[in-house]
Structures are given as structure tokens and as C-alpha cells.
Design a protein around this ligand. Structure first.
Ligand code: KIV
Ligand code: ZN
Length: 531
């Protein structure tokens, strides 16, 4: 008898914690819809208490999704209440609460004497906090997950005690994260087996695993844990996440599928949607998938050497253990041209996983015709880019209306930009070290700001001479950084769009961040808020 593995996708929570990745609410909604088509079991939509934008994203996903929607919260009442408020309309809400359990975490994060003086006292406090948090969460929903943060480096005796306590308090899933990616596969698998031996009530909860990739072992560790009895795996699309990332969903799913003879485990993932999901997440986050990445990398199904090509022509199975079509990689990438109609565009977008509304479709069609005029052939990736632009526009404050630049071997690079803001269009001109610098300077002059660009990259996202160029950059303001992404057949325009996108995100953030004044009143922008 094969047993099912629950796929808990945390792309929108841990994945979004990847350096430089920030998704707006519309992009998150679009990804959540795609995750539903991929048929994951649980979508962790965010960390509601952490910001109003996170709260809104979790709420909007919960409002429309049929899936189990999880909201993360610390073991604190305020976090749990916020998580529930965001999840309230979900068909299947899950509160996911966590507390640190390793000595390193306890001594660092719970150093304050209010948690106890000795390590033993602090451990007791955390035990109680965890019990109370799970019990409190259970007053809102029957589906509560408890995570022992940094379980991978936690003393096994204490880990068993806290897991037993969480289950006694009502946890229905207990997660054993390897938060720092420290463990080795055999060790991690043994940890799961040991918990099954030591925790007397373990059969009342599903054991979950959540592995980070600091040693490149996240997928291997997850697989060992599943072999040892875990039945939920937490993972992300393209393996994005904190630092070196999380275990990659597509690798785990395909490893289980291709070698089901070894594991006797299965998932309900709709495998042909894997590639679409990967492209969407890469496009929206701006995190490029490495070409040799398993399953979804550009070279995953490319055969370079003559011997391999010859073998493939004779029998595909000589060098191919997965067929590209099975994960949604299509060979024919040319889809539409300038004579294609609205209907054809809509059909292809639907096949790529998007569901544009009629209004969006009309706007997209105009953008599509524009692009088809510049390029003879419009590829799937071009459509993904257009769709990304359309979704982004929903929260745009400053809109690039016009751009002209002049540069050459004997010319001082000069750029003129016009930006629309609240119905008014403002224009200014500037010079710079190159055309990109001149554009950025002109944008700054229009907006009256000065920013530091931390990183800047340009690459082509589609193929051929008329490829679309993508600019990705990061700006920083104090503690927070914002990523901007712009795409165009003209890389200077792509750069200007990327810069403006990052500035837009900065402005949205400034408007949504909670500020406390000297009278302990809270404000978001200039509006007072009660919390
Ligand atoms: O890595 C980790 O420990 C986490 C928990 C919050 C589940 O992301
Ligand atoms: Zn994590």
C-alpha cells in the first residue's frame, strides 16, 4: 500500500524570505492560484502579524482558496489572533505557531532574565509558552501546527518533551525543522525515528519536516525523514528561501515519483504544472533559476555531447529518466504572432496557468500587439513577462510614461523621463556615466529623491535577437531593501522600469509600515491605526 505525503508549500512565506525577493499582494495571489493548480495540499501564505502587507496577502489568499491555508505566528497571543483574523474566511485555516528549542537559540533569543535565569528554567518557560500557544490556537481552529525551531540542533530529549507537550495541547501537525541546514541525511532520518520512539502520543499528529539547504542537503534530508515516517514535507518552488533556500518542491516530488519503487510514497501534485509554476515564481521574485537546476533548469533536459545525442536518438531512456513534457516543459515554444487574436492569447495564457479577467485581457492584448509588432514571434516566456508586468501595474504609483536617451562613443549620456503620478505627468532630464545612470538620475530628479543601487543585473529572458531583456536591481533604505524588475526589448527601458518598480515598492512600504509616536499611538502613513 502506497502512503501519501502531504505537500506543504511555503514559497509565499519562507520562500519570500529569500534575500532580494519581495512579492506584492497581486503576485502572491497569482502564485497561490498556480499552487492550487499544482495541487499542493497546504499553502503557507505568510506571517500575518509581521506587516499590514503580509496580513492582507494572507487574508486575500484565504478568502478565495479551497486549499488549507496556513498563517505563521510566534508563540504569542497577538500573533495567533492576527493569524486567525487573516485566515478567518479560509475554507480550511491552519495556524502554524513556532518556538525555538535549541540551546543556541534559547540562550540567544531568550537571553532576557524574564524567561528564566538558567538554561533549564528557560527551557521550562518555552515548554509552557508552546503549550499555551497551541492550546490558544486550538480555540480558533482544529488544524494547528507546531514547529520546534532549530530542531536539527536541539537536544533530542528536550525535543521529544516539547513535541509531546505540543500534541497534548492539541497540535495536529508537529514540524521538526532543520532551520540552519546543519544535519546530514542519516542523522536527520534517525532523529525522526527517535521521536517516533520517544514521544508517547506521536500517533495523534502528522510529523512534518522542513529542511534548509545550507549544506546542499535539504532534499536528501527531507527524503530520509519521509523514509523514517514523516508524512508532511515543507518545501518551496525552485528551492527558494532564507539564505541557501529550502528543500525544492519539484525535486522532492519527482524523486518520490521516479523512485516510488524504493519509497512506496506518493504525492497528489499535478506534475505537468511544475514548469509553469517554476517560471511564474522565478518571474515574480526575480530569482533566476540556475541553468543546471534539476527538473526546471534550462539545461535539465539538454543533451550536449555527441555520444549522448546519438544515444537519445536511438532510445530516449538512455539518458533521460524524466520526460520534459511530463513536468510541463514544452518543445514548441513559438505560440503567437501579430495576427493572433484575443481568443488565442487567452487560451495560451490559461495553458500557462494565468486567469486574466476581461479587463486585464484587453490591456494585455494591447501590450501583446505592441510586442508582436517589435518581434515576429511571441514565445511563452514573453507572455509570462507581459503577465508579470500587468500584475505589477495593479499597485503602481509612479508610472513611466516616456523615456528618451542619447549615448554614443563621443556623447555625454543624457536621458529624459516623464513619470505619471496621481494624474499628473512630470518630466526632467539628466546626464550620467552611461545611459542607465542618466535614466536613474533623471528619475531621481523628477521624484526629488536620491537612492543607492545595491545590485544591478541585466539578462535576456526570451530567445533570439529580439529577446526581451530583463533588468533586476536592488535598492536599500536603512534596514529594508527593495527589488525592482523591468522587462523590455530595450534594456535601458527595462532598467528604468526596474528602478521605478523598486521605488514604487519602497513607497508602498513607507505607506504601510506601522509607526508608533511618542504618545504610543500607531500610524500607517498619516492614518491612525488601532492594533
Ligand atoms: O526554518 C524554520 O525553522 C522555519 C520555521 C518558522 C518553521 O521556517
Ligand atoms: Zn524555514
Amino acid at each position: 500500500m502506497q502512503e501519501k505525503v502531504i505537500i506543504f508549500d511555503t514559497t509565499l512565506r519562507d520562500g519570500e524570505q529569500s534575500p532580494g525577493a519581495s512579492l506584492n499582494v497581486f503576485e502572491k495571489l497569482e502564485i497561490a492560484r498556480q499552487l492550487s493548480r499544482l495541487n499542493v495540499d497546504v499553502i503557507e501564505a505568510g506571517f500575518p502579524v509581521s506587516s499590514p502587507a503580509q496580513f492582507e496577502a494572507v487574508q486575500r489568499i484565504a478568502d478565495e482558496s479551497d486549499k488549507i491555508i496556513a498563517g505563521l505566528c510566534r508563540a504569542k497571543e497577538i500573533d495567533i489572533e492576527k493569524a486567525y483574523q487573516a485566515l478567518r474566511n479560509a475554507k480550511a485555516p491552519r495556524i502554524h505557531t513556532f518556538a525555538s528549542t535549541s540551546d543556541i537559540h534559547i540562550q540567544g533569543k531568550f537571553a532576557d532574565s524574564k524567561y528564566g535565569l538558567s538554561l533549564a528554567e528557560k527551557r521550562k518557560t518555552i515548554l509552557k509558552m508552546s503549550f499555551d500557544a497551541v492550546a490558544y490556537a486550538r480555540t480558533f481552529t482544529n488544524d494547528v501546527e507546531f514547529s520546534a525551531e532549530d530542531a536539527g540542533r536541539t537536544d533530542i530529549g528536550y525535543l521529544a518533551e516539547i513535541i509531546e507537550t505540543a500534541i497534548n495541547a492539541g497540535a495536529t501537525t508537529v514540524n521538526i525543522p532543520d532551520t540552519t541546514g546543519f544535519t546530514h541525511p542519516l542523522e536527520y532520518g534517525n532523529m525522526i525515528s527517535e521521536l517516533k520512539r520517544r514521544v508517547s502520543n506521536i500517533s495523534k499528529a502528522v510529523i512534518s519536516v522542513h529542511c534548509h539547504n545550507d549544506l546542499g542537503l535539504a532534499v536528501a534530508n527531507s527524503l530520509f525523514a519521509l523514509q523514517s515516517g514523516a508524512r508532511q514535507v515543507e518545501c518551496t518552488i525552485n528551492g527558494i528561501g532564507e539564505r541557501a533556500g529550502n528543500a525544492s518542491l519539484e525535486e522532492i516530488v519527482m524523486a518520490l515519483k521516479i523512485r516510488s519503487d524504493l519509497t512506496n510514497l506518493y504525492t497528489d501534485i499535478h506534475i505537468p504544472e511544475i514548469y509553469n509554476t517554476s517560471r511564474m515564481v522565478s518571474g515574480f521574485t526575480g530569482i533566476v533559476v540556475q541553468p543546471n537546476k534539476a527538473i526546471v533548469g534550462e539545461n535539465a533536459f539538454a543533451h550536449e555531447s555527441g555520444i549522448h545525442q546519438d544515444g537519445m536518438l536511438k532510445n530516449k531512456q538512455t539518458y533521460e529518466i524524466i520526460s520534459p513534457e511530463s513536468v510541463g516543459v514544452s518543445k514548441t515554444k513559438i505560440v503567437l504572432g501579430r495576427h493572433s487574436g484575443r481568443h488565442g492569447l487567452k487560451n495560451r495564457l490559461t495553458e500557462l496557468g494565468y486567469k486574466p479577467s476581461e479587463v486585464e485581457l484587453n490591456q494585455l492584448y494591447d501590450a501583446f500587439v505592441n510586442l508582436a509588432d517589435k518581434k515576429k514571434e511571441v514565445f511563452d516566456d514573453d507572455l509570462r513577462v507581459l503577465m508579470g508586468d500587468e500584475i505589477y501595474k495593479k499597485q503602481e504609483m509612479y508610472e513611466l510614461k516616456y523615456l528618451q536617451f542619447n549615448s554614443g562613443t563621443d556623447t555625454i549620456p543624457t536621458a529624459t523621463v516623464s513619470i505619471k503620478f496621481e494624474g499628473q505627468t512630470m518630466t526632467d532630464t539628466s546626464t550620467g556615466d552611461g545611459p542607465v545612470d542618466a535614466c536613474f538620475n533623471a528619475i531621481e530628479r523628477v521624484l526629488g529623491i536620491k537612492l543607492t543601487v545595491e545590485s544591478y543585473n541585466v539578462r535576456s529572458v526570451t530567445s533570439g535577437r529580439q529577446a526581451m531583456g530583463e533588468a533586476i536591481l536592488r535598492i536599500r533604505q536603512g534596514e529594508v531593501s527593495f527589488t525592482g524588475r523591468g522587462v523590455s526589448t530595450d534594456i535601458i527601458e527595462a532598467s528604468a522600469k526596474a528602478y521605478l518598480q523598486a521605488i514604487n515598492d519602497l513607497k508602498v512600504y513607507e505607506k504601510s509600515v506601522l509607526i508608533m509616536d511618542e504618545n504610543n499611538r500607531f500610524y500607517i502613513g498619516d492614518k491612525e491605526r488601532t492594533i
